[in-house]
Design a protein around this ligand. Structure first.
Ligand code: PGA
Length: 249
C-alpha cells in the first residue's frame, strides 16, 4: 500500500496564538493540490486559534505532548481527552527535547501513547539517537529500545494509525541534516524493528524524518523508500519554508 506523505510542523515554544492563526491561514491558502497530509503542532495556547484558522482546509492540528491520566490533580498538564475535545487530531510523543529537558523515559512515553490511543488520537512517536550514541555504535540498540519500550503491551490492532518520527538528536535545530543515506538506513532499520513487533502493519506505517529539514533538502529525503514525511521544527515557523517542504513531498 502506498503511504501518503505526512508533513508535520512542530512549533515548539514559538508563536503567539495570533501569529499561529496567521501562519495557518497562509499555509492553508498556499497548499495548492498537494496530496500530502499536513499537520501543525502549536503551543497548547495556540491550538484553538490554529484550529479556527484551519477550518475547511487540509491542515490538521496536533498537540506537542499529553499526560497519561484522563483528569486529576496534575497542575500544568493536559490529558489526551482535553486535547481531543479541543479538536486536535494528533499528539507528538517523546520528542527528544521532552526526553532531554523534562525527564521523559520510554516508560512515560508508553503511558502517554496509551492515553493518546484511548482518546482516539493519532500518536506521533519521536525517537532518535544522540551523537555520542551514534558514534559509540549504539544507534540500533537505542532505536530498538525506544520503539519496543514505547509499544510494550499495546496490540498491533490499536496501532494502525501510529506515526513514528526518526529524529537524530544531533540534527535537531543544528542545521546539520542527516545524509540521505544515513536517514534511509535508519528508517529501514526502524521499519524492521516495527515489523518485529507489529508484523505486516509495519509496511503501512509512516516513518517521518526530522532534524533540520528545509525546502532545499526535503525533496531528496522524501524520495527515499522508507521516508514517509517530515517533522519540521524551525522551517515550519515560516509559511514560505513550510510550503516549500510540502511542495517537495
Ligand atoms: P528542526 O527541529 O527542524 O528545527 O531541526 C525538528 C524537530 O525538533 O522536530
Amino acid at each position: 500500500m502506498a503511504r501518503t506523505h505526512l508533513i508535520a510542523g512542530n512549533w515548539k515554544m514559538h508563536l503567539s496564538p495570533a501569529e499561529g492563526r496567521e501562519l495557518v491561514t497562509s499555509i492553508a491558502s498556499g497548499l495548492g493540490g498537494t496530496t500530502a497530509e499536513i499537520l501543525v503542532c502549536p503551543t497548547a495556547l495556540g491550538i484553538a486559534d490554529a484550529i479556527a484558522a484551519a477550518a475547511g482546509s487540509k491542515v490538521q492540528v496536533g498537540a506537542q505532548n499529553c499526560h497519561w491520566e484522563v483528569k486529576g490533580a496534575f497542575t500544568g498538564e493536559l490529558s489526551a481527552e482535553l486535547i481531543q475535545s479541543a479538536g486536535c487530531s494528533h499528539v507528538l510523543l517523546g520528542h527528544s527535547e521532552r526526553r532531554q529537558f523534562f525527564h521523559e523515559t520510554d516508560e512515560t512515553v508508553s503511558q502517554r501513547l496509551k492515553a493518546v490511543l484511548r482518546a482516539g488520537l493519532v500518536p506521533v512517536l519521536c525517537i532518535g539517537e544522540t551523537l555520542s550514541e551514534r558514534e559509540s555504535g549504539q544507534l540500533e540498540t537505542v532505536l530498538r529500545q525506544q520503539i519496543t519500550g514505547a509499544l510494550a503491551g499495546i496490540d498491533a490492532a490499536q496501532l494502525t494509525q501510529l506515526v513514528v518520527a526518526y529524529e537524530p538528536v544531533w540534527a535537531i535545530g543544528t542545521g546539520v541534516v542527516a545524509s540521505t543515506e544515513q536517514a534511509q538506513e535508519a528508517h529501514a532499520f526502524v521499519r524492521s524493528v516495527l515489523a518485529g513487533v507489529l508484523g505486516d502493519l509495519a509496511n503501512d506505517l509512516r516513518i517521518l524524518y526530522g532534524g533540520s529539514v528545509k525546502p532545499g533538502n526535503a525533496a531528496e529525503l522524501l524520495a527515499q523508500p522508507d521516508i514517509d514525511g517530515a517533522l519540521v521544527g524551525g522551517a515550519s515557523l515560516k509559511a514560505e519554508d513550510f510550503l516549500g517542504i510540502i511542495a517537495a513531498a
